[in-house]
Design a protein around this ligand. Structure first.
Ligand code: IPM
Ligand code: MG
Length: 357
């Protein structure tokens, strides 16, 4: 089983190092190979996604990814910014299905900004389409406005678009995921305004007819944003487009107390996947040894389950994480009075120790 390890920028290197330790401690035949990505790769090779890094990722069974980005690259032309690395990997590997669970751990209920009774036991799975929509739609660019409110003025434009097959495949992913959990899918759209999302709604409805055991409802994205903070436990599986999924998954993450706890998986149709924490590179705390490695460690568990077919190993990691939380160990992002504050490395070590019962 080949794993490409791409730590990236900011806290990426620190958190991935802990996840790698955990992976190596399992008695599995894993072949890990590291490569630069993001701003780090730009500094070393002049490109955020060097050819060699992409090749390594494409040849691997799975990619363990840290995070990319730093303000210092904001002035580069777009094609060279760190974010292009993750967008390029998604595109070239065809990673169209993004799983972002938002689970509120029992011990962290009070870390949420919402009232404990609203989030206790929360378990939502956001399924975000990841290779289409306004993120990748052509044409896009800058020009002189040919018409509109200010003809002739400088203008920028992007294109929101989805084809039927793109919507069908992500809908199947969502319904099949729901069958294994709460049997409830909420499709989030903006069909009241956008043609793209009228097609989205129509196609999801059609696909839903093949899954009579799953309850389907539709929600406009503005209402979904509101319901997520009003009554989050209404949701089981949320399926939505690339852009809405980007926004709603950050919102859902905060319900759980800390984005530092949440893993994610991005899969293609061969079950090849990229696994990364839901959070970013956090340059403000990089190098300080305080970042929470649990989201990355839990991403490694998702990798074992989804791409490497090692469900027992995945469960061992997840159980170990629950154990360290029960022991009261907390990185600063999830710290509260009466618990023990630890750094990145101590947290990783604690998970390692907890792997063996
Ligand atoms: C995410 C991030 C990315 C996105 C950025 C870094 C390109 O926000 O994975 O949610 O917008 O998809
Ligand atoms: Mg995002």
């Amino acid at each position: 089983m080949k794993i490409a390890v791409l730590p990236g920028d900011g806290i990426g290197t620190e958190i991935v190092a802990e996840a790698v330790k955990v992976l190596k401690a399992l008695d599995l035949k894993l072949e890990l190979e590291e490569a630069p990505v993001g701003g780090t790769a730009y500094d070393q090779h002049g490109h955020p996604l060097p050819e060699a890094t992409l090749k390594l990722a494409q040849a691997a069974d799975a990619v363990l990814f840290g995070a990319v980005g730093d303000w210092k690259y904001d002035k580069l032309e777009r094609a060279l910014r760190p974010e292009q690395a993750i967008l390029g990997l998604r595109k070239h590997m065809g990673l169209f299905a993004n799983f972002r669970p938002a689970i509120c751990y029992e011990q962290l209920t009070h870390a949420s900004s919402l009232k404990p009774e609203l989030v206790a036991g929360l378990d939502i799975l956001i399924i975000r389409e990841l290779t289409g929509d306004i993120y990748f739609g052509q044409p896009r660019g800058r020009r002189q406005a040919p018409d509109g409110h200010f003809p002739g003025a400088e203008e920028a434009f992007d294109t929101m678009r989805y084809t039927r097959p793109e919507i069908e495949r992500i809908a199947h992913v969502a319904f099949q995921a729901a069958q294994k959990r709460g049997k409830h899918v909420t499709s989030v759209d903006k069909a009241n305004v956008l043609e793209t999302f009228q097609l989205w709604k129509d196609v999801v409805t059609e696909v839903g007819q093949q899954y009579p055991d799953v309850k389907l409802d539709h929600m406009y994205v503005d209402n979904a944003a509101m319901q997520l903070v009003k009554a989050p436990k209404f949701f089981d599986v949320v399926v939505t487009g690339n852009m809405f999924g980007d926004i709603l998954s950050d919102e859902a993450a905060m319900l759980t107390g800390s984005i530092g706890m949440l893993p994610s998986a991005s899969l293609n149709s061969n079950r090849q996947g990229l696994y990364e924490p839901s959070h970013g590179s956090a340059p403000d705390i990089a190098g300080k040894g305080v970042a929470n490695p649990l989201a990355t460690i839990l991403s490694a568990a998702m990798m074992l389950r989804f791409s490497l077919n090692q469900p027992e190993a995945a469960e061992r990691i997840e159980t170990a994480v629950k154990k360290v939380l029960a022991q009261g160990l907390r990185t600063p992002d999830i710290y509260s009075e009466g618990t023990t504050k630890v750094g990145t490395r101590e947290m990783g070590e604690a998970v390692l120790k907890a792997l063996t019962p």
